[in-house]
Design a protein around this ligand. Sequence first.
Ligand code: GTP
Ligand code: MG
Length: 136
Amino acid sequence: IEETLVLVKPDGVARNLTGEILRRIEAKGYSLVDLKLVQADRDLLAKHYAEHEGKPFYEPLVEFMESGPVVAMRIAGNRVIEGFRSLAGATDPTTAAPGTIRGDFGRDWGLKVQQNLVHGSDSVESAERELALWFA
Ligand code: GTP
Ligand code: MG
């Protein structure tokens, strides 16, 4: 069975959306395998976002991700990687489709980083790498 890493980012935790996000994942039929509240440190975030190092939004992104606790979830199901990214919606919350997590609850707050509530692994390789980082 395929697994993915879902993170409820600090904005989602602060806005008390963790339950709503997990509800959507469970309602879709995916299974919760493991879950924890984590204060991520720079070392973990640098590894998690290694592919974005050097991009203009990298530093604000890491600062945002260490600004408060995140909820890390291990979620399982056939094709859950693409399935969760479909539930999450497009990266930019302003234009993410209504009906998606980002489209229903996200917006542009005028900040340097897109605060878009959730992260989901984008491939089998990313999922394995990220799950090993967050659930070592
Ligand atoms: P994740 O599930 O969080 O990885 O989102 P994603 O796969 O849709 O986006 P991506 O991996 O490309 O980027 C990671 C995160 O960096 C995004 O979720 C945004 O928070 C932020 N980000 C990505 N692209 C931009 C951008 O062009 N501008 C800004 N300000 N932030 C960005
Ligand atoms: Mg990504």
